[in-house]
Write a protein that binds this ligand. Structure first.
Ligand SMILES: [Zn+2]
Length: 393
């Protein structure tokens, strides 16, 4: 078994579905928190479970550099290494490598780049991105693509799209030949930690990993901001054939209205019976809007990164907790939020923690922002199940 996807409810173009992975079931549309280096910064894994995170994202580039794929492989993959029993998706490393403008060199074969950590030289190609992602052992892995820069003219966008298509074929070929090398131990046991109150194991044992469980490789649609190229990219990527499709190359500096237009146009060309993953968006109102358009999976560093900078998303809009106006505010961060932070602490205390540069500020702010995103998606899924139209808040 790799992944199975079922659409169970629809409201307009929005889909409520269920994505089955070797490490558990995911209700869609889903927001995936980003756990860059094997951690969603500031939040322990048991708390992520309590928050209801069903799948998180790991970054291949960061994990490849540190701790290195061999370390993770020897643990039986990233699930075990980071003690996370639920589903994981890894990106291909391409996006990060292409962000290293000064440090990379691109050829047909792949990309040579320098580590941002120590300047050492490395090479990523479709084949070794697959090898690294197989070693990391996420449930869903991504084809190695070139993220076209913005702005780019049509010739450049087309050439970049063609390269991504050739790399998609190479990614799939290598994956099919090597997917049996995933380091999952099918009959092995998790390091079980029991709940002190109930004695119930907190980790599900990995006996859910059925015989024959495998990773799944998703393809990525590129084509820049050109709608005809997006269509062509979608059609030719579907021809190669993947169990799920991502829309890449957005949130690269284009106006938000343009993002929406490209997403809507690209979705039209994607199969209805396969999961659709929009990479790297967005703000709370965007994840709601893209769910409405028919996106099933999204990820973004925004809730966690913004939290660490004191920027909090609430039902009453964005709050910058560092502001002096909150210094004596005894009210909760968000009166409509049921998260453990809003139930317990005042805005004044959160402001104090942030102003004092306390570690707890990062923990609590991240907890609230993640709760806000996850609750938003729960409401979206509920509306879809009821067949209701929905909008943000
Ligand atoms: Zn809250």
């Amino acid at each position: 078994m790799s992944v199975e996807f079922r659409v169970e409810a629809q409201a307009g173009a929005a889909r409520g579905g269920c994505l089955l992975t070797p490490h558990g079931q995911i209700e869609t549309p889903v927001f995936m928190p980003v756990g860059t280096a094997g951690t969603v910064k500031a939040v322990p894994q048991d708390v992520l479970e309590e928050l209801g995170v069903q799948i998180l994202l790991g970054n291949t580039y960061h994990l490849y550099l540190r701790p290195g794929v061999e370390t993770v492989r020897n643990f039986g993959g990233l699930h075990r290494f980071m003690a996370w029993p639920r589903a994981i998706l890894t990106d291909s490393g391409g996006f990060q490598v292409f962000s290293l403008n000064e440090l990379r060199k691109l050829t047909e074969e792949g990309v040579t780049f320098r580590s941002h950590l120590d300047g050492s030289s490395h090479f990523f190609s479709p084949e070794n991105s697959m090898a690294v992602q197989i070693g990391l052992g996420a449930d869903i892995i991504m084809a190695f693509d070139e993220c076209t820069e913005y702005p780019a003219d049509r010739a450049r966008t087309q050439a970049s799209m063609e390269l991504t298509l050739r790399w998609a074929e190479r990614s799939k070929k290598y994956f099919e030949e090597h997917k049996h090398e995933v380091p999952w131990e099918i009959s092995g046991q998790w390091p079980v930690a029991s709940d002190p109150q109930t004695g119930i194991p907190r980790f599900a044992l990995n006996d859910r990993l059925e015989e024959g469980a495998t990773q799944s490789l998703f393809g990525i649609i590129q084509g820049g901001m050109d709608l005809a190229l997006r269509k062509e990219s979608a059609e030719r990527t579907i021809e190669i054939g993947f169990p799920g499709y991502a829309i890449g190359g957005l949130s690269v500096g284009e106006p938000r209205e343009r993002t929406r237009e490209v997403v809507e146009a690209t979705l039209e060309h994607l199969p209805k019976d396969k999961p659709r993953y929009l990479m790297g968006v967005g703000a709370p109102e965007e994840i709601v809007e893209y769910s409405r358009l028919g996106v099933d999976m999204m990820d973004c560093v925004l809730p966690t990164r913004a939290a660490r900078h004191g920027l909090l998303f609430t039902s009453e809009g964005k709050i910058s907790i560092k502001q002096a106006r909150y210094a004596r505010d005894a009210g909760p961060l968000d009166p409509n939020c049921g998260c453990c932070v809003c139930q317990r602490y005042s805005r004044a205390y959160l402001r104090h923690l942030y102003a004092s540069n306390e570690v707890l500020a990062q923990v609590l702010n991240t907890l609230h922002n993640l709760s806000f995103y996850l609750d938003t998606m729960r409401r979206v899924r509920h509306s879809i199940r009821l067949g209701e139209e929905f909008r943000f808040l």
